[in-house]
Write a protein that binds this ligand. Structure first.
Ligand SMILES: [Zn+2]
Length: 314
């Protein structure tokens, strides 16, 4: 049974590949590319990427370089969208990929993740650096990789903002700030997809990742339809702990009242190092991350190209 399935899947894969290759010659990300980005963002050199720290600045500089090299433009005058985090000047990093369709380019999809973390944590065996590999170098890596792929693909009728949020760990301050700024600019936001803690696979689930706010919109349904498999699903724990309100998707939902949701694979049982100094790169599964990131490409491609806004609040 398994082998038959494998053959069918392989055939489908070959078919998809031929179609994609014919349309646009783009390379999906690999485990080793994911590993490279992760090893930098979660290195001791960045000292846990605390708000206002030199480590956060190094992370931002790295992301700006990645954006620039891929052809992602700054959305504001520079890539940095500066704001005040309770007395500390910090920033979001905001990249822009203009839509290719004259009319639909005025509609936006935001792909986001927070790139800050908590700096130091409770000491374990002389280690005090909370590297934040899963939380949220992992989500940041997804945004950087997706930005690169979409910049290559040039297959987005709608415009895309690729955002790395600052000061999430201080209370979603970066997303609160940016959502307000974009609302004041009367941005036509279609939807937002946010990434949090995707470095370790779920156990015993039929889907690859869960989505927060599962029941508020048809986003999960549409994503799975666009991808042709059960990429995202419902996790009861996510609802129990109100994760929908606990990440950077929420301020956008509040301001715009459109589908803004977070994709994650942290389910409270599959990872012991939440806000712990052992949240290190060595615990991450790069193969899985690359697979999940690549699976999101067809979902986002469809999202930014359908004539109508098919993803809606319920
Ligand atoms: Zn986080």
């Amino acid at each position: 049974m398994k082998n038959i399935l494998l053959i069918v899947v392989s055939l489908l894969f070959i078919n998809c590949k031929q179609v994609t290759n014919a349309q646009a010659p783009t390379a999906p990300t690999t485990a080793s590319e994911v590993g490279e980005i992760m090893k930098f963002l979660a290195s001791d050199d960045l000292a846990g990427r605390d708000t206002g720290s030199e480590g956060l600045d190094k992370a931002a500089t790295f992301i700006e370089k990645e954006f620039k090299e891929s052809g992602i433009q700054p959305y504001f005058e520079t890539y940095r969208d500066t704001f005040d985090a309770k007395g500390i000047a910090t920033y979001n990093v905001v990249g822009f990929l203009k839509g290719t369709d004259e009319k639909l380019a005025n509609e936006f999809v935001i792909i986001g993740a927070h790139f800050d973390h908590i700096g130091n944590g409770k000491e374990v065996n002389g280690d005090i650096i909370a590297n934040g590999a899963n939380d949220n170098a992992a989500g940041s890596t997804a945004v950087i990789s997706l930005a690169k792929q979409f910049a290559q693909l040039k297959d987005n009728k709608r415009s895309i903002l690729f955002v790395l949020f600052g000061a999430e760990e201080r209370g979603l301050l970066g997303s609160v700030h940016l959502a307000k700024v974009l609302k004041e600019k009367k941005l036509d936001l279609y939807a937002m997809v946010n990434f949090e803690m995707i470095g370790v696979p779920l156990n015993d689930k039929s889907y690859k990742a869960y989505i927060t706010g599962f029941e508020i919109s048809n986003m999960a349904e549409k994503i799975n339809e666009y991808v042709g498999s059960e990429l995202v699903g419902y996790l009861a724990k996510a609802k129990e702990f109100q994760l929908f309100r606990r990440s950077d998707n929420y301020p956008f939902y509040e301001q715009f009242k459109v589908p803004c949701q977070t994709i994650s694979t942290f389910d409270f049982t599959n990872y012991d190092y939440y806000h712990h100094v052992d949240d290190e790169v060595s615990e991450m599964n790069f193969e899985f991350m690359a697979e999940l990131i690549n699976d999101c490409v067809p979902a986002i491609t469809k999202m930014v190209n359908t004539e109508a806004k098919e993803i809606r609040l319920k």
